[in-house]
Design a protein around this ligand. Structure first.
Ligand code: MN3
Length: 204
């Protein structure tokens, strides 16, 4: 099959107490698993599209045949977003940003606290389901954007450096309706090493 569910790079309970093990298991195995399964089903009769990687499919979404576009947008987007999301978190992580991204955050947003507030505010205001991102925009700027459902910034020509999943499935078992609290606690899981890798990638 063209697309596969990536293995979670840590155990389900590795992000405790900020994200509980049951949420991680359901989120990875069942939610992400379903996006991969549905993406493969949608592309079953599209052998040319099966040869593209997931970034290409989402970047070129608007040129795909209409018959599969919505399925790729939702399920391909879900596959890409979650593949990125798992790597942006790690056990014993969080804290202050390190490396080049620390400097870039200060240059563009004043300081880390202000950046976090703006990022969390954008995530809290996303109505319904979606993601909040730090992106390198099409014109090269660092910006905070939020996307609905499983849309990924690549479709608009932006490259995601950091992102948080604000679907209820990401936090409801532990935080119920308290999305702002989840957004705040989530920073304790951020893998700055990977954020720096994506930041470097974004300038290429
Ligand atoms: Mn999710």
């Amino acid at each position: 099959m063209a697309f596969e569910l990536p293995t979670l790079p840590y155990s389900f309970d590795a992000l405790e107490p900020y994200i509980d093990a049951q949420t991680m298991q359901i989120h990875h195995d069942l939610h992400h698993g379903a996006y991969v399964k549905n993406l493969n089903a949608a592309l079953e009769s599209q052998s040319d599209l099966q040869n593209k990687n997931i970034e290409e499919l989402i970047r070129d979404l608007n040129t795909l045949p209409e018959s599969v576009r919505t399925a790729v947008r939702n399920n391909g987007g879900g596959h890409l977003n979650h593949t990125i999301f798992w790597t942006l978190m790690a056990p014993n992580a969080g804290g202050e940003p390190t490396g080049a991204i620390a400097e870039a955050i200060n240059d563009n947003f004043g300081n880390f606290e202000t950046f976090k507030e703006r990022f969390n505010d954008s995530g809290a205001k996303r109505f319904g389901s979606g993601f909040v991102w730090l992106v390198r925009s099409r014109d090269g700027k660092l910006e905070i954007v939020s996307t609905p459902n499983q849309d990924n910034p690549l479709t608009d020509g932006h490259y995601s450096i950091l992102g948080n999943d604000v679907w209820e499935h990401a936090y409801y078992l532990k935080y119920q309706n308290r999305r702002p609290e989840y957004l705040k606690q989530w920073w304790n899981t951020v893998n700055w090493e990977e954020v720096n890798r994506r930041f470097a990638q974004s300038t290429r």
